[in-house]
Design a protein around this ligand. Structure first.
Ligand SMILES: [Mn+2]
Length: 431
């Protein structure tokens, strides 16, 4: 089926033509600077071009806090419209080729048609996400006291069944992974046995694992707190790793950057999970206080750079076993979600480019010699490069826009959609 991309290619071409001279000048300058650091800019550019981030369907809508949601005109209200908006992000940014659906929010009775629709828009499907952290309409058993870890066997069976349905739907959509995050936990000391609830988790997760197709992965997402505020069953990378090791090789750990205590050394967690062969993937976002779901790189781009520094090292250590799934997981309360996704995709690509600009030989030598300041300066030098022209050049060469947000605004996409789409509701709810 021929692609029907949402934004006019003429508009992108005209926009890029206006930027071409300045972009080439800036890129050539950066190329000379990187060369003096022993790094080949064109090689970095090729790696940046190959970077693929998934966009979550829920990230295409305006997010809510637990207090309120403020919809914007033209916001998508169904899976078809969400796909269209994700296609805009992909067409302009060129590094978000797959969409990660969430069930039951994106449930469809015609997965073949949905797959076709995505493919027409130039998109594929990434990991499917199950949801047992909310009760759905007509659900027999409530998840008020837990889902996969509930004390009641029938409630656990219902939660397992939902995950099996997600795998089946994902199979029809061309997905290769199931991401499982549960809200199970406690609000009071003594409410549950830490040991027994983890055992119940393993028992339920084993049943889901057994249903995975041969080439699938199960990505386990940990989170320190919320909605449970005293304890969470899969609270941290340690519990996550224990579960993934117990389940088997297809189970891996997913690191959501916002799901840790403030100031936790997430880059070290990345190194540990990789060493254990269990680094499954990421949910990229940023935070100031907790699971804030702020835009990637908006608060602490240096941390994001250090995470990518570990990823580049991990890949260099064992290229064959390195295959983490990257996804953006943010909540956009006060911006147009397309602009936030474009901004985040660029921030992530920039941190990847900076990590590739690290002179690895110099870093290794400084570490070996215990040249502390020398090692730090190797990282600092790479972090300080303005890699914007390289990331823009990679995007333009792949068919995207030199200045994504400017192009998006010029397209008037949201204003046009405001005329065509039904108005979103303002109901609140955490996701
Ligand atoms: Mn997440």
């Amino acid at each position: 089926m021929a692609a029907e991309l949402p934004i006019s290619q003429d508009l992108i071409d005209t926009h890029n033509a206006a930027h071409r001279d300045a972009l080439e000048e800036d890129y050539d300058h950066l190329k000379r600077r990187l060369k003096r650091n022993g790094v080949d800019a064109d090689a970095v550019k090729q790696r940046v071009k190959a970077l693929e981030l998934a966009t979550p369907t829920w990230g295409a809508g305006v997010g809510g806090t637990r207090f309120a949601k403020f919809p914007i005109p033209g916001e998508p209200t169904n899976i078809d419209e969400k796909l269209e908006d994700c296609a805009v992000v992909q067409q302009i940014g060129r590094n978000t080729p797959r969409v990660s659906p969430h069930f039951p929010w994106d449930w469809t009775d015609d997965p073949a048609a949905l797959k076709d629709k995505a493919s027409t828009l130039g998109l594929g499907f990434d990991a499917v996400n199950s949801n047992t952290f909310q009760d759905q309409k007509n659900q027999t058993h409530s998840y008020r006291y837990g889902s996969l870890t509930h004390t009641d066997a029938a409630t656990r069976a219902q939660a397992v069944e939902h995950n099996l349905d997600c795998i089946e739907m994902g199979r029809k959509l061309g997905s290769k992974a199931l991401t499982v995050w549960i809200g199970d936990g406690t609000n009071f000391p003594g409410q549950q046995s830490f040991t027994k609830s983890f055992e119940r988790y393993l028992d339920s997760a084993q049943q889901i694992y057994a249903a995975l197709p041969g080439d699938w992965r199960m990505l386990i997402e940990h989170k320190m707190f919320e909605p449970a505020f005293y304890s969470t069953v899969i609270s941290d990378w340690g519990s996550n790793l224990l579960a993934a090791q117990k389940l088997g090789p297809k189970a891996q750990c997913l690191v959501d950057l916002g799901h840790h205590a403030p100031n936790v050394n997430i880059e070290q967690i990345v190194a540990r999970l990789d060493a254990a062969g269990k680094l499954g993937g990421f949910h990229f976002n940023d935070s100031k206080y907790g699971d804030d779901d702020l835009d990637s790189g908006s608060i602490n781009p240096h941390q994001l750079f250090l995470v990518f520094n570990e990823l580049v090292e991990a890949e260099a250590r064992d290229p064959s076993g390195f295959n983490p799934a990257y996804m953006i997981d943010q909540s956009h309360n006060v911006t147009d979600p397309i602009e936030s996704l474009l901004s985040s995709a660029e921030a992530i690509a920039s941190c990847f480019a900076r990590a590739l600009a690290v002179n690895r030989d110099h870093l290794t030598a400084a570490q070996h010699d215990n040249d502390v300041m020398g090692a730090f300066q190797v990282l600092r030098r790479a972090y300080n490069f303005d890699v914007g022209p390289l990331v823009a050049m990679a995007r333009v060469e792949a068919g995207g826009a030199a200045d994504p947000i400017a192009l998006y605004r010029q397209s008037e996409w949201r204003a046009i959609k405001a005329q065509q789409r039904a108005r979103a509701s303002g109901a609140a709810g955490i996701v």
